[in-house]
Every structure is written in C-alpha cells, then in structure tokens.
Design a binder for this molecule. Structure first.
Ligand code: MSP
Length: 647
C-alpha cells in the first residue's frame, strides 16, 4: 500500500431505527479493513457514527412523543452500544448533533459561498422525506412516487440556497475517467458516469419548512434556513477529523475508502466529490458500494417483521462466525441473502471442516507422535512445493482487500487450508510413522502448523478472536511482528509445544434462532426376520454372521452435485477402491451441501440392491444418524484407505 495514513469510514446511520444486519455488514467490512491496516503497521483512523438531523428523524421522534434530541440520543446510543458489543475498532463515533460538527458544516458553507458555488433562489419540486432527496418530475414514478423507495413524495415550494452542482459535471467526469478505481465495484462506477453524463441540476441545500438541522452560519443572518441533511451528513467525514475546529487529525484526509451501501452511492460519488472540489480539498481514493441484504429472499422491513437483528445472530452463532459469513457469503457489490441455513453451512463446512478440523488433526497428531512438539526446520526439505503454493496464495491477498474483493480474499485464504488437508491425506503421517519416517512426519506437522499460523494472521482482521485462539494453540500471538515474519518474510514458526484448545467450531445441526426443533422422522417399519429372536428391549437379535452379510465400506466422495428439482437429495460418486466409483443418491442435502461433501469420507452399505430415486440409480446407502436435532453422517474418525471394511 502506498500511503502511510489510512482513513476508513462507514456511513453515519440514521437514528430513526435500530441497527439491522445491513448496517452491521457495512460496519464489519470497515472494521476488517481498519484491523488489517493497523496490523500491517499503517497509521489508521476508523470513523463511524450517527446521522441525526432531517425531517425523517423529526417525524419519527414526534411519533414517539419525544423531542428529536431525546430520540436521537437514545438511538445513537443503541448504535454505539451495538458496535461496542461487537468490538468494532472505531477511533471516533461522530454524531451530527455534536457542536464541533455543526461549526465545521457552517464553515464549509461559507467557504463554498466564497467560492461562488452557492446562490439563493426558490425551490419548487418533489421531495421524498424517507430518502431525504429532491427528485425532478421526470424521475418520479406515476408523476408522484419516489423512484428509490416507492413512497409518495411531497411538493415543496420554498426559498432555498442552491449549490452549483451543474458547474462540476465535467470535472466529475474527468475525475471518474482519471481514477478508474474511485468507485468500486466498477459496474457501479459506470452507473454513476451514465447518470452524470445525463446532466446535473443545481442542488437545493437548505430547507425552511422544518427546524431540525444545522442552522446557517450566523453571519448570513438567515435564521429560517437549516442545512439540507445530506450536506450536513456528508460533511461528517471532514468534521470528524476536526475540519473547521481543532484540525489535529486533518492529516488523515483524504479517505482511503468510504464504505457505503449502493442506495447512497449518488450522494457519495456525485455530491460529495463536488462539495470537496468546491472546498478545494483532495477527493477520496475509493468509494466502495456494497449490495443489499435480504432475509430468506425477501426484502427486510419492519412491517413484514423480518428484520434480522445482528446482535441476536452474533449471540446465537458467535460474533466471529457471523463476521466470516457476512464477508464470505456475497461478492462485494452483489446483493446477499441471509438465512440461517446458509450461515450454518458456512460454519460447519468452511470453518468446521476446513479450518477447525485441521487444527484438531494437528493437535492430535503432534500429541500422539511427538508429545506435542512441533518443529518446522525440515518443512522446506520435504514439502517445498506445498510451501510455494501457500505463499503464492498469501501474496495475492492484500491487493484483493483494498479492491474490495473481500469474498475473494477469503476464498484465496482458504487455499492454503486445502493444501494442508490434501497433504495429510496424501502423505499420511500415520503411514510415515509406521515406516519410521519420523523426520518426514514431523515436517508434515510443521507444514500444517505453518499453514495454520499464516492463515490465522491473515484471518485476524475478519475473525479476530478465533485467529488469536489459533495463534495461542500454536504458541504465538497475532501482531505486526508475527505478520511481518510469517507473511512478509515468509518465515516458518519457531519450534513450539502445541496447546490443546477446545474445538473452535462445534457442529451446528439445527437453526439456533426462532425455529421449533424439527420433528424426528417416523421410524421406518421393517418386517422382522423370521429366524430372529427378540431381545428384552424388543429389538430383533441377529448372529454375527448375519451382521457380516452387510458389507459396509469406507469411501471418499470424489464428485458431489445436487439432484435437480430435489430439496433433499445429493448425487455422490464414492470411491470405495473398486473399478468404478459407486453412485449414491443420498437424502442429506438439508444438512450437507454438495461442496462440503467433496473430498470427505463416508461409510456406505455396499451390497444393497440398486434402487432408483427420482429416476437416478443409487448403488449404496450412506450411514447417518438422525434425531430431533438433525442429521450427522457416520464417518471414520481419522482417514482410512478407501474400500476398508467396517465390522
Ligand atoms: N444517513 C445515511 C448515510 C449518510 S452517510 C454520510 C443513511 N443511513 S441509513 O441508516 O439509512 O443507512 C446506512 C447504511 O446502511 C447504508 O450504507 C445502507 O446502504 C445500509 N443498509 C441499510 N439497509 C441495508 C440492507 N438491507 N442491506 C445492506 N445494507 C443496507 O443512508
């Protein structure tokens, strides 16, 4: 990264409602970037806060029988408390009702005026209170409704000060052209360019019909005007650094990145740079707009009662897991859907299977074979290819981060884990030990430890607590120094004694929020074999020879896909060391995704008569246990050679 100071912002949140997962999403991304910047030694300032003025807030306060200030105090505090609960690492929480902010906004107003960019006129047109936006008639739906939120607009005719936005049209277009990464993702940048090319009208920046806002500077002697809420709000990015008052932090400007949702892109990518040009200040490096979260495919709204409370989710599933899910689940800029199922899949599969199990395996192997000691000095001798592959992935990470390819960052970070898991399956430490190749087995443990340590460092900004726990097990702490040695200098951990820690991601079988436990399935009715006796418990007793008539074998899933049109079935190809893999149709999709099955081992009944399920032949049955809490596959505790018989 080029600049030493890094300034990262979230939008300031309206205080007309409490936080939901959409707000948490923006804040978590910003927090991740801030944590990363600090870890790599950059002087970082992370800002969040609340947007407290405007007609919408005034209305909401009145509806609750409170003054706008009382109401704003209450909701602003609820945001701050939530971010504190979430351990969000902000450096400043700004409120637009802060005195210093108001002074800064007034100074900016005067400066823009001196620059010849503000004039007084009469505004006549439509206004959407919910979006706090003026719309020309040409943009309205059916001449009346807001094109953004669909609510009815009001007609406003009042004296107003205007900002000469039209004057900045060409300068803005030049800025977008010269800075291809100014607006991310790039698809959004194109939308903005098209909008600006369509022509910009001057912007009304004061209101007289209500009172709840920053007053005009007293020297203008025009007390009936308050500032337009978006001018007031956008200025927070500067006033938080002391603009117009105590400017001790102003050196953090310009922002490295303003994180926002796509709905407020126009304000940030058009109005804000134009205001900054008028103030003769540098423009932000990136304006990054993320997509919109829905719940189970439906837009969240209070009236539908489907608003997801981020605190409830984090309390139930773990804060770090929630953070990982939000950042991994959707490509930045795209819309995302929140469902407990998707969250559980990520926890069980990416976190549990790929990461947690790897650490457990390392702990198990190093305790069993080497009394917990791990040494990396021979890793390069035996596993240089694997190390190269891991370092190549880690090198790709940082650029992805500030290009906002956060899901790709995590995807890439998982590659080293798959290198590690594959290495265990390929080199089999238990076989190495049997063959007395202790050096090689130790080096393999060293490789796994090195991979886990490096991944933990780069995971720390996303899952700070989990990364620290992994580091603890591996005898180090996450810090600038560990980043510098493990990632920058590509060093391997020093010898250490492993510390056993409880499993990081206990498997989750059932949604943990607001769902009744699912009913156990009807017991399958089978006919009793004629020759069998009955035990005292009523279960038919069989002889051992009868048991051995069932051939159960261990196999590895080498291909897994969903069965089209089925909610329950997965189609698996299982290698049980026969000429061809066995094709098995398994009713496990509600609990296991196709992706999570790939490469894992299962136990299959191998001598069942083939049966057809949804027209597909199934050549075996996978062993599983199901109770009221869900379904778990029965698998060997550690890797077994494909085709191994069970019994
Ligand atoms: N106050 C303005 C921002 C001023 S910044 C100078 C505002 N506030 S907001 O509370 O309505 O929204 C804040 C952020 O939350 C926006 O970035 C918005 O995109 C985001 N989200 C609100 N609902 C959301 C979802 N359902 N999904 C994702 N993010 C969403 O706008």
């Amino acid at each position: 990264m080029s600049c030493k100071k890094v300034y990262i912002t979230t939008p300031i949140y309206y205080v007309n409602d409490i936080a939901h997962i959409g707000h948490a999403y923006t804040t978590i991304i910003a927090d991740m970037l801030a944590r990363y910047s600090r870890m790599v030694g950059l002087d970082t300032f992370f800002l969040t806060g609340t947007d407290e003025h405007g007609q919408k807030i005034e209305h909401s306060a009145l509806a609750k029988g409170k003054t706008p200030q009382e109401y704003a105090d209450e909701i602003s505090l609820s945001f701050k408390n939530l971010w504190d609960d979430f351990d969000i690492s902000y450096d400043k929480f700004i409120r637009t009702t802060d005195e210093a902010h108001k002074i800064g906004v007034q100074k900016a107003f005067i400066k823009m005026m001196e620059h010849g960019d503000i004039y007084k006129d009469v505004y006549k047109g439509h206004y959407c209170i919910s979006c706090e936006t003026f719309f020309p008639k040409s943009q309205l739906v059916d001449d009346e409704f807001c094109p953004e939120c669909g609510r009815a607009t009001i007609i406003v005719e009042e004296e107003s000060y205007f900002f000469r936005l039209s004057k900045y049209q060409d300068k803005l277009l030049a800025w977008y052209a010269e800075n291809p990464n100014s607006i991310l993702p790039k698809s959004k940048r194109n939308e903005v360019i098209r909008f600006v090319e369509g022509g910009l009208e001057d912007l009304s920046i004061t209101r007289t019909s209500f009172d709840w806002g920053v007053k005009l500077p007293s020297e203008l002697n025009d007390p009936k005007h308050v500032m337009y809420v978006w001018l007031d709000a956008l200025m927070n990015y500067l006033t938080a650094l002391g603009y117009g008052t105590d400017e001790k932090n102003i050196g953090y400007w310009p922002a490295r990145v303003h994180l926002i949702g796509k709905d407020i892109l126009r304000f940030h990518a058009i109005y804000w740079p134009a205001f900054l040009m008028s103030l003769e200040l540098p423009l932000p490096k990136h304006i990054a707009a993320h997509g919109w979260w829905t719940k189970d495919g439906v837009k969240m709204s209070k009236s539908k009662g489907n608003v997801v409370n981020p605190k409830e989710v984090a309390d139930a599933y773990g804060l770090d897991n929630f953070r990982y899910f939000m950042l991994r689940e959707v490509p930045f800029g795209g819309d995302g859907d929140f469902s407990q199922k998707a969250l559980i899949d990520r926890i069980n599969s990416d976190l549990g299977n790929d990461l947690g199990n790897l650490l457990n395996r390392l702990i198990g192997m190093s305790e069993k074979y080497f009394d917990g000691t791990v040494e990396c000095d021979r890793v390069a001798q035996y596993y240089q290819d694997e190390l190269n592959e891991v370092d190549a992935s880690l090198d790709k990470l940082e650029p992805l981060l500030f290009e906002m390819q956060i899901h790709r960052y995590l995807e890439e970070l998982w590659r080293p884990l798959s290198v590690a898991n594959k290495a265990i399956d390929k080199y089999q430490p238990w076989t190495l030990m049997k063959e007395s190749k202790e050096d090689e087995a130790m080096a393999l443990n060293g490789l796994i430890a090195a991979i886990l340590a490096k991944v933990a460092v780069m995971l720390a900004p996303v899952m700070p607590e989990t990364a620290q726990k992994i580091a603890l097990a591996l005898g180090f702490t996450i810090s600038y120094d560990s980043w510098n040695s493990l990632i920058v200098s590509k060093e391997l951990p020093k010898p250490f004694k492993i510390t056993k820690i409880p499993p990081l991601f206990p498997r989750i079988e059932e949604p943990l929020l607001g769902h009744p436990p699912s009913e156990p399935e009807e017991p399958v009715k089978t006919e009793k074999p004629k020759s069998s006796k009955e035990s005292e418990t009523g279960i038919a007793l069989i002889g051992i020879d009868q048991f051995f008539q069932t051939s159960i074998k261990v196999g590895t899933v080498i291909k897994a896909e969903e069965v089209e049109g089925s909610k329950k079935l997965l189609l698996l190809q299982v290698d049980i060391a026969e000429e061809a893999p066995r094709q098995v149709v398994a009713g496990i999709k509600e609990w296991y995704s196709a992706e999570s099955m790939l490469g894992t081992q299962v136990c299959i009944v191998a001598n069942l008569k083939p049966a057809k399920l949804m027209g597909i032949t199934s050549e075996g049955m996978i062993l599983a246990a199901r109770d009221a809490h869900g379904l778990s596959l029965i698998r060997p505790e550690s890797h077994k050679v494909n085709g191994t018989k069970i019994g």
